[in-house]
Write a protein that binds this ligand. Sequence first.
Ligand code: ADP
Ligand code: ADP
Ligand code: MG
Length: 496
Amino acid sequence: MAKIKKLLVANRGEIALRIMRSAREMGIKTVAVYSDADRNALHVRFADEAVYIGQSPSVESYLRMEKITEAARKTQADAIHPGYGFLSENEDFARHVEESGFIFVGPSAQSIEVMGSKLAAKEAVSRFNVPLVPGTSEPITDLVSAKKIAREIGYPILIKASAGGGGKGMRIVDREEQFEEQMERAVSEATSAFGDGSVFIEKYVTQPRHIEFQIFGDQHGNVIHFFERECSIQRRHQKVIEEAPSSVLTSELRQSMGEAAINVAKSCGYYGAGTVEFILDENLNFYFLEMNTRLQVEHPVTEMITGIDLVKLQIQIAEGEPLPFKQEDLSIQGHAVEVRVYAEDPANNFLPDIGTLKTYNRPQGNGIRVDDGFEQGMSIPFYYDPMIAKLICHAETRELAIEKTIRAIDEYEITGLETTLGFCKYVLHHDAFRSGNFDTKFVEKFFKPESLSTSPLHAEELIASALSVVEYGKNTANHQEPVELKTISKWRKNRL
Ligand code: ADP
Ligand code: ADP
Ligand code: MG
């Protein structure tokens, strides 16, 4: 068993800080890496050492494997944590890290490879009695047979990129007439975003809820789960509000979904932290969607209800320790809600609204946690994901956790750019959310830009932010959904 003494975090922003904090509590030294845009970033200041790895676009810095291992060698780090996004789900990176003589704080390259392809993942789990969404198990090659399958499954169907992630490369098809066009779009989106145009068909589950299970495996074959997270409040197939536990799961359903999640992990010999995503239909049937082989953005809600530091556990597992508890040792304590604070304008189709944090004051108090990577006066770089912070609130019951989150949102002061805070408050007040009776269509069904009263911006600020969005679209190929230029020009017209 190799104790980690110095950890390099191959990431930036809130997640880099969050990982370093746990490492420091464990007596582990930390190394940051940074690009030009992040010279003054908080993760750089927090780390014991920091190494410059290149220019701002992530292909020039945070995605350069050799630069990262070179930085680890130079600082004599013994392990590398990839965080989320960037290289975290890249099997070549995991292999490169290990072949360079460092511990990779994550699963094996082989598990990442299997689960990185949605089709390979389905194939692997199908032998483990895990329910799958009806659909094709092979990439679509010819249109005629694909249409035939779609007809058998029944419309609406979803065309999905096998290599997809972050909500990209997905197209809903309501009628056969649209099939060809949507398929072409899905293939071209998948090719440009993931370099792999393989797409497949899934039944589109109407009224779907997104429920995922946090799992953990060790290198000795043990796997347990840390209950579920409800992540149905999404825009562009990406989450904005998450909570744990879910208000729809009975303890029986929790148990059977938990067992299925453990089987998914076992199907690929998984160790480390992972998330098994399911879709739940209106009759509470669940189906496996995919597995994310990394720490998830929303992991803090699980930490709040279990009292366990998941990053510390990741480090212990990477050191070769066995899981320190059994399934029956774990229980759910209270309820936690996370809202993601993005530099986006909900009144304008959630387009990024990059700028400077003129005012930035975090909420405080019992049961409130803010994970962020910025301070007042800092700018949100347009090269990366525009998430400013995650606000996580914990209380005894769902109702109290919601009330606490609303109070914290009211206390959160951010000026200089638009954020998702007002939108999140709107959701938290909404009857559908309150009743627990909602699905992934919440935004479509209940949210209109008029639902919010936005503060008018200055003309120069409008021009500056519109220009930065154009730049942002050019530079974010790998870490965020690229903003389509078509949408931008429409957006600029509306705003200017
Ligand atoms: P989670 O599933 O953890 O809630 P998201 O789906 O929002 O999170 O993705 C987490 C981060 O990883 C985001 O920064 C997102 O842009 C990025 N991401 C997710 N999948 C991919 C991918 N396949 N390629 C590039 N970036 C990705
Ligand atoms: P990604 O890798 O982009 O995260 P997922 O397969 O996890 O892709 O799907 C992302 C989101 O898209 C889900 O959370 C859900 O809201 C929606 N989705 C995916 N598959 C289906 C489906 N078959 N029916 C309905 N909604 C779906
Ligand atoms: Mg997903």
